[in-house]
Design a protein around this ligand. Structure first.
Ligand code: ASP
Ligand code: MG
Length: 421
């Protein structure tokens, strides 16, 4: 069994789906194919949801645009024999009825009920197309097998329940290809959940772990892990092999190639992860394994934008260690804020987090009851792995450094965002 994952960019139009089919034609064995919503559909569904929750009937117009987009993809793949519009028509009707008859109250819950349709449409259309093109294929509704808790929008996988359901379902299939949804799951009682934005990579890793897959291939519009974002710096090179540890560090630090949660399930079973370009399927890509060769010593540069640096200081000058440390982080956890960098001294705790205005406001309000809180908006984190003095100079010269953290292999800077001109 191998697991393939195709992201939104790879299936944004009829040509992308034909390309997916041709990649599948080159594989012989059993393949689980995990697919995201087409193109930017998840963002578009978020807009529908927001309008609907606000009681704004403009949501219908947004939904119509999404419908027409999917219809045009289907039309681009249809011939006289197959009618690829029917499958997605049925699902659009379901969502339309839901939105017409229900009134949303719990945002996170409704998010999962509504936004999950992106993956249901994409997988239905792709599976129907593959079938019409003569593939041995089956569509699986992962919500019945990948079981999660009911923390909507950020659900946690219930591993043992999922493992037994997924194993028996996939073993039962006599088809060569199983097409299923990334990003979504279901509770044990059958309510739809989602795993967090960009969570389809994670789905692929979960399936691979549970099914003891030989490998996972994530098909991307980049040739693999690069040592920097080419939109940011010149001279990007592809990394042929990296370790699980480096892959986690890179994605946690802000490299957008794969979702940070993807690595753990693969590492635990020593399953290699390939990042390959769907535009050039025969090229090598990057392989992530436990023990890559030491061939690489080139520095890796990563930037994480839209950060905020928060400093928490005890009012009475008590040390921040021990109790204070655990109290402060408890507040971050309760507010659902992910911490990207921490530095603690005797009298302050400095924390870098994603800039999410609403959550941050609540956080600061909570923390201010016990502590003095100061913060800097508009900062970013720059990470250099396998650093050298020249490499560091390349990315931080001329920047205002607010904080620096250094180990032998990795150096991280919190810097003020460059002024736009
Ligand atoms: N469609 C979802 C998103 O855009 C999941 C994914 O693409 O991985 O966040
Ligand atoms: Mg996506």
């Amino acid at each position: 069994m191998v697991v393939y994952k195709f992201g939104g960019a790879s299936v944004k139009d009829a040509n992308g789906i034909r390309n997916l089919a041709s990649i599948l034609r080159q594989t012989g064995g059993k393949t689980a194919v995990v697919i995201s919503a087409f193109g930017k559909t998840t963002n578009a569904l978020e807009k529908v949801l927001k309008a609907w929750m606000e009681g704004n009937n403009g949501y219908r117009e947004y939904l119509k645009e999404i419908y027409e987009y999917h219809q045009s993809v289907a039309a681009g793949l249809s011939d006289e024999k197959n009618n690829l519009r029917k499958g997605i028509d049925r699902l659009f009707a379901l969502l339309t009825e839901y939105l017409e008859t229900k009134k949303g109250e719990d945002y996170d819950y409704e998010y999962d009920q509504v936004v999950s349709f992106g993956e249901l449409w994409s997988t239905t259309l792709v599976a129907d197309y593959l079938l019409s093109a003569g593939h041995s294929v089956e569509w699986v509704d992962i919500r019945n097998y990948l079981i999660t808790d009911d923390r909507y929008r950020d659900a946690d996988v219930l591993w043992s329940e999922s493992a037994s359901r997924i194993r028996s379902r996939f073993a039962r299939s006599g088809k060569q290809i199983i097409v299923t949804q990334g990003f979504i799951g279901g509770t044990a009682i059958g309510t739809t959940t989602t795993l967090g934005r960009e969570g389809s990579d994670y789905t692929a890793a979960i399936l691979a772990n549970i099914l003891d897959a030989e490998k996972v291939v994530v098909w991307k519009d980049v040739p693999g892990f690069l040592n920097c974002d080419p939109k940011w710096l010149d001279g990007a090179v592809r990394l042929e092999e990296i370790s699980y540890k480096e892959a986690v560090e890179m994605s946690f630090s802000g490299a957008k190639v794969i979702h940070p949660k993807t690595i753990k399930p693969l590492h635990n079973k020593n399953i290699p992860l390939y990042i390959k370009s769907f535009l050039d399927p025969l090229s090598e890509g990057t392989v992530v394994t436990s023990a890559p060769g030491d061939a690489y010593n080139i520095p890796v540069f990563i930037r994480k934008e839209n950060q905020m640096l928060i400093s928490v200081l005890p009012i009475d000058f008590s040390f921040v260690m021990g109790d204070n440390l655990s109290l402060v982080f408890h507040v971050f956890m309760v507010q659902g804020i992910k911490v990207n960098l921490v530095q603690a001294s005797a009298v302050s705790i400095n924390v870098c987090v994603d800039y999410e205005p609403q959550r941050i406001r609540n956080l600061i309000e909570e923390l201010s009851k016990e502590y003095k809180v100061i913060y800097n908006e508009d900062v970013e984190i720059i990470t250099v792995m396998r650093h050298t003095p020249e490499a560091v100079q390349k990315v931080i010269s001329g920047r205002e450094i607010l904080l620096e953290q250094k180990t032998r292999r990795v150096v991280r800077f919190v810097v003020r965002k460059e002024p736009q001109n």
